[in-house]
Design a protein around this ligand. Structure first.
Ligand code: NDP
Length: 229
């Protein structure tokens, strides 16, 4: 199967690439900064042509277009929209609106741009799945603490976008889901996080493997439990 992953330079995205290659899959990895692609190069030694590394900034339309032109030469089975930023954690009286807009641009608009640009390749694939790495922090009913405006709002917008997308694409037989990875030890999650990336990604791959059209438009955590909206 052929998988496309965004935000593959580190953290959860990098772990997705490693685990999928170990399973024998083919992976196209989107990496924002060319100098960060070097982190993936050791994986090429073993994976050879099963790993392809592409420059991709999900906020730049020309970057997304160039990425799509390369990817859409062959069918794609599974797309994993993983790239994301945390944004500033500031309180209501110190909001940085530029940061807020940038966070929404990456976390909510980026996945829409990518899915839309890769649709021709997804339509020709046999996997017919699009997984979006979101966060429980984008769940309205789970928000009892406030704060984290940029991150929460961006992920809530992503969740709604994916719900619409799932309705639009269901008739084409494409399943779209949202995945909460847990609190994971990455640059974003920090070292106090309880979950190593290996465990989170192992769980999310199990969920992705089990998805069919009946799961489309739903929100799961890395253990497969449904997350309240
Ligand atoms: P990291 O900060 O470790 O990695 C983020 C990745 O996203 C990097 O590869 C980064 O690239 C990439 N990225 C950021 N901006 C862009 C952009 N404009 N275009 C392309 N790629 C970009 O985060 P995690 O691995 O922890 O997070 C991955 C996903 O999981 C995110 O969507 C996050 O919101 C979500 N998540 C994480 C949790 C956690 O506890 N870690 C909890 C809940 C959700 P670069 O290296 O170039 O900056």
């Amino acid at each position: 199967m052929r998988y496309v992953i965004t935000g593959a330079s580190r953290g959860i995205g990098f772990e997705f690439v490693q685990q999928l290659l170990r399973r024998g899959e083919t992976v196209d990895a989107g990496v924002r900064a060319p100098e960060l692609a070097r982190r993936l190069e050791p994986l090429l030694l073993e994976a050879g042509s099963r790993l392809r590394i592409h420059p991709l900034d999900v906020t730049r339309p020309e970057s997304v277009q160039a990425f799509a032109e390369r990817i859409c030469r062959e069918p794609v089975d599974v797309l994993i929209n993983n790239a994301g930023v945390a944004g500033q954690w500031s309180g209501l009286h110190e909001l940085d609106y530029e940061d807020l807009a940038r966070t929404i641009e990456v976390n909510a608009l980026g996945p829409l741009r990518i899915t839309s640009a890769l649709l021709p390749a997804l339509r020709h694939g046999t996997g017919r799945k699009v997984a979006h790495v979101t966060s429980r922090m984008g769940s309205l009913s789970s928000n009892t603490e406030g704060g984290a405006y940029a991150y929460r709002m961006s992920k809530a917008a992503l969740n709604m976008g994916v719900r619409s997308m799932s309705n639009d694409l269901r008739r084409e037989g494409l399943a779209c889901v949202l995945l909460h990875p847990g609190w994971v030890q990455t640059d974003m999650g920090g070292q106090d996080a309880p979950l190593p990336p290996e465990e989170s990604v192992r769980g999310m791959l199990r969920v992705i493997d089990s998805i069919s059209l009946e799961h489309s438009g739903r929100f799961f955590d890395y253990e497969g439990a449904e997350v309240p909206w």
